[in-house]
Structures are given as structure tokens and as C-alpha cells.
Design a protein around this ligand. Sequence first.
Ligand code: BES
Ligand code: ZN
Ligand code: ZN
Length: 494
Amino acid sequence: MEFKVLDKSHWHDAVDLLVLTYRSDGLGELLSQIDHELGGAIQNLHSEGVLSGKVNESMLIHTLGQFPAKQLLLIGQGCAPLRANDLRSVAGIAVKEAKRVRAKSMAIAPFQVDSSVTHHSFSQALVEGVILGAYRFKGYSTAEQVTDVLQSVNLLLESPTDQHACGVRCGTAYADGTILARDLMNTPGNKMTPTNLAHAARDIAERHGFLLEVLERSDMERFGMGALLAVAQGSVELPKMIVLKYSGNPQSDDVLAYVGKGITFDTGGISLKSADGMDDMKMDMGGAAAVLGAMEAVGRLKPSVNIVAVVAATENMPSGSAYKPGDVLTAMGGKTIEVLNTDAEGRLVLADAVGYAKHLGATHIIDLATLTGAVVVALGSITTAAMTNSDTFLSTFLDAAKRTGEKVWQLPTFDEYKKFIKSDIADVKNLGSGGAGSITAGLFIEKFVGDTPWIHLDIAGTAWTKEDLDFTPKGASGVMVRTLAQYAKQYGKR
Ligand code: BES
Ligand code: ZN
Ligand code: ZN
């Protein structure tokens, strides 16, 4: 898909679909002008309340040869100016309609944008909305697939600047990284094994010149990664600790680690999950997918920061060789863990993954995991939960999240919670005993992080959606890819 930023005089260009927004209190200058050419019918619809202007109400109008654009798509924007996330929604709705009517070319001209939207974020948001809204997982149906025909998208604005062009580049990288993550997550467990996840990482490394390191079982034994090895021991699929290294600022000793939970299928192990909805657990490598998607964006944009991506990949299976409740494990670094539930496997593999990130010299760690069902209860599918041992670190991350429009909310780490993961026979247990399941899971990981500034993101609720949203189809959302990429960019500018 090719994006162009053009000044709004191009509304008169011949395109298959011209997309305009209008408010409940008026059509705006451009749409009024177009309406004038079409004889005033749109103004009538607005006056009669057929076009009420309600947010994301939409109407497709054929111009029947009366106007250069073949069809107009009018999208309501309520009574407020559009903010960046509204632009993503408008673009997402628009591209879905463009696909439905099989438009080859589309132009988007939003009306009245909020003053918080910079030139850069204007084009970035529209590009993201288009690419993310157009996404569909290819799947495996043998029936003939409908191919997409949309080739060009023109963004019409007051007057194009370099910043607009830059926003297109950023938006394309962020969105392509996000759809890479979606593809990895939507791929079923029999096809997205730890080995295949390592292959996906290899492809990213080759595309962008990253160093790739994949630890095998024997390497994990050498490093004493007893927690990851225990989770993996019930599966015939070989576990992989996958590492990508990007050196964007060789002068600096800072190393930012993006660490992802990569459970390619979570049955729960011996503490087996119920059958209902278990198929969704192919998405339990959502943290890994977010990390790899972010690295794709980083590879495109090359921010001046050093990043190591660490993905702990394995299946969690029940079998004669599986680890069991009651087992005691020794993680990298020597801490001992009492296993009370084999379904709380994410924190175990992350214990070794953050251990390895530290071994690689990480000075700042962000881990991402589809970690707990409890976070789905707490925040639903809207907001990602964050925990930290450094409020200053988290505040810079929240700033990045604000810019991408991805919602993140902090959970507390009060000392009083820590007693709930104390074990009678080991340094820590993998099951919290006092409620607050997401907090105790995060605090478990903190035990292995130590003093290194750290942010934990529980994306169990946000990584997967059961309904189609404006720019997120149901299934994998690719959440946090854009924020991780944005954070890398901001870190490079410090
Ligand atoms: N992968 C799950 C968490 C999950 C739940 C992800 C729902 C996505 C949607 C995780 O490994 C798990 O099973 N957690 C248990 C922990 C419990 C046994 C302490 C949970 O949340 O029930
Ligand atoms: Zn589990
Ligand atoms: Zn899991």
C-alpha cells in the first residue's frame, strides 16, 4: 500500500473512495464545498438528522459520475475535534469500507483535528489506522482467498511538511511491527512452536542486521535455567531462549531489555486447564510476539539506543515427564522456587529470561507477558497492567504509551503483598496466596530482577480481543508493539 501526503486541494482528484468526517454541528468547509457540487443533498441529510454526526456513524454515497471521486464515505466525529486515536478509528473504519467496496484508491480528509495532534502524529495515526484496520489473518482455508486491491491512500491536509512524511514512515513501521506480532499470535500452536518462533526471530535479524542468539536445552543447562527447563520438560517441542541484539548507540553502556513470555501453547501442564476456551492459549506467546514486533519497527527506524530482546519460548504440556506441583526448581542465579501450580508457568520462564537479560548487561528491563487471568478480571481487554520498581522509569514509559494511545495503568507493589509469595521450603513460591493474582505474579518476577530498573506489563487481557474493533480485528491485537517502539525512539532522544 502506498501512502502520500497531499494538500487538501487534491480533494478533486479522481479516487475510488473519498473519506470525510463531519461533526454533529456542521459539515465543515471541505464537505460543504463538495456538497455544493452535488447539489446540497448532504446538507439536507444533516439538517434532517439522518446524518446526526454521532461518533463513527458512517454513510457511503455513490456520486454517480457527478464528482471525481466515485464514492464518498462520511464518518461522524461527534462534536469534538479529533484526537490521534480518533484518527486511527476513522482510518480503520474507512479502510474496512474501502476493502468491502473493492476500492483501489482512497483519500482521507479528516475535519477539525485537535491541537494536541502534531503534523507527525496526524499522518502517523492515519497510516496506523489504515494498516491495522486492513489487517486480516490469512488462515488456512483452502477456499479461494479474496485478494486486497487497495493500492494507494492519500492523506489530505492543510499543507504537507517533512514532519508529515516522517509520520508516515513511523506509522508504517509501527503498524507493520504490530501486524507481524498479530500473525505470530494468531498462528496456531502446532505451527508456531518454539522452533518456529526462533525462525521468525531469525528472519527479523536477517532483515535488519541484528545479532541472533538461540540458546538450546544444553545451553540452558549450562546457565542453570532450571525454571524454563522445568516448564519445557513435559513437551516434545524443544525450548528456545531467543535473543536479538540491536546496537543503536555503541557509545552508551545503557542496554534496554525487552523480555517476552513465549509459551507457544499453555495447557496448564499437570494443573491442567479446563477444555473450554483452551484453544485461545495459542496466544500465550503474546509477550514474545510484542517484543519481536517491536524489534521489526526498531529495525526499520533505527533509534539510537541499545536493545536486547529476550524471548523464553516453550510449550507447557502435561506428560509423564512434566514438572509437578510440589517440585522445587533452581532458576538462573541460584534462587529456589516451589511450584504450587504448573499453570503459573509464565513467571517461571520469565525468571530465567530476566536472569539472562541481566547476564547480557541489561540496565533497564521491560517484560511483557500474557501472565494472569486476574488481570482480565481487573482491567478487561482495554488496559494493560504495569508494575515497576522505579516510578521514574515507568513515568517515561507511560509518556510513550500516551503518544501511541495504548492504555496502561499501574498496579501497586506494596511490601505487604510480598508475604503472599513466601514459601516454607524455598526462596519463593509460584502461586500467590492472598488474592491480587496479577500483583503477586509481578512481584514474583521482581524477585529475579533485583535492583535493575524494571517494568512489568501484563497483557493477558489486552493482547487478544473477542470482538472486531475499529482498527483491531478479533484475535491478536499486537498490543504494546507501538509503545515499545515509541519508547525506544524516545529513549534514543534523551
Ligand atoms: N497464560 C495464562 C494466563 C492467561 C489467562 C492468559 C487468560 C490469557 C488469558 C497463565 O499462564 C495462567 O494460566 N495463569 C494462571 C495463574 C494461576 C494458576 C496462579 C491464571 O491466571 O489462572
Ligand atoms: Zn498457565
Ligand atoms: Zn501461560
